[in-house]
Ligand binder design. Structure first.
Ligand SMILES: CC(C)(COP(=O)(O)OP(=O)(O)OC[C@H]1O[C@@H](n2cnc3c(N)ncnc32)[C@H](O)[C@@H]1OP(=O)(O)O)[C@@H](O)C(=O)NCCC(=O)NCCS
Length: 232
């Protein structure tokens, strides 16, 4: 991993990191809406976002971390040991709730239905040639006042170390080609660009990172593992 140095952060910043819990859902949904307002999930409304994150936090494939200072959630990362399987489970299990929460936005803007119908294609479009990479980093955001301090770097570190501890060798991420801040973050970790695709009318990049022998990572588990087996 040439050119990737240690993650130099204020040691205190590490102490603010903890796994995401149900109690964080309101703040997490608000951060998602503020920083990723153009994402389909955000356009489906605050009620939809809260319901979605509430379902995700209870899913055995979900790994999420937040940074909390004096009761204030300033950023989060949401990932999964198998994002395709997790999203399929969550949408199956939560269909009535998610449908009800999305309904007001869909009635106001029926055009969102077309984008929603495109969603199941994500797994196929973002698939890579060769061995499947199930582990994925889905969303990461840090409020503007905390940016540039490697808080996002720490959130990524927590997710990647958790994945490593659970036996994953690679993590995948897709990002909009035009998202320069996200691409800086990927460059800082040494992600490799593996492909491109168009989704919801946007140009997307597919990137992967090898977690094994990464100079910044140790296999370290900080996230509760739900003890029930992942439902099929
Ligand atoms: C993407 C995002 C999480 C990155 O947060 P961040 O605070 O910039 O991240 P970090 O502080 O960890 O910085 C990441 C790297 O970019 C560099 N960097 C940060 N700000 C920079 C700037 N203004 N100019 C140049 N480099 C910069 C950092 O030095 C770091 O690299 P290094 O550790 O190798 O030195 C943040 O911009 C954000 O929340 N954006 C909105 C939501 C979003 O688009 N999320 C991504 C899609 S899910």
């Amino acid at each position: 991993m040439s050119g990737v140095g240690p993650l130099q952060v204020d040691p205190e910043a590490r102490a603010h990191l903890r796994p995401m819990m149900q109690v964080d859902i309101e703040a997490v949904a608000a951060l998602h809406a503020a920083d990723m307002g153009q994402s389909l999930w955000a356009e489906l409304g605050g009620g939809f976002l809260r319901a979605l994150y509430g379902l995700l936090v209870d899913d055995p494939g979900f790994i999420g971390f937040v940074t909390e200072r004096q009761g204030h959630i300033g950023g989060f990362i949401a990932g999964s040991t198998d994002a395709d399987a997790m999203m399929a489970r969550v949408f199956r299990r939560g269909a009535p709730l998610l449908g009800a929460r999305a309904l007001p936005a869909l009635l106001r803007r029926p055009g969102l239905l077309r984008r929603l119908a495109e969603t199941p294609r994500y797994a196929r479009l973002s698939a890579l040639p060769g061995p499947r990479v199930p582990a994925e980093s889905l969303f990461c955001t840090v409020e503007p006042a905390l940016r540039g301090q490697r808080v996002a770097g720490l959130l990524n570190e927590a997710l990647f170390e958790e994945l490593l501890a659970r036996g994953h060798s690679f993590v995948k991420i897709t990002t909009e080609t035009s998202n320069t801040a996200a691409r800086r973050q990927l460059g800082s970790w040494g992600f490799e660009e593996r492909g491109a695709f168009a989704f919801y009318g946007k140009d997307m990049l597919i990137c992967t990172l090898s977690l094994r022998d990464h100079p910044r990572l140790k296999p370290r588990s900080r996230h509760p593992m739900l003890d029930r087996a992942a439902p099929r």
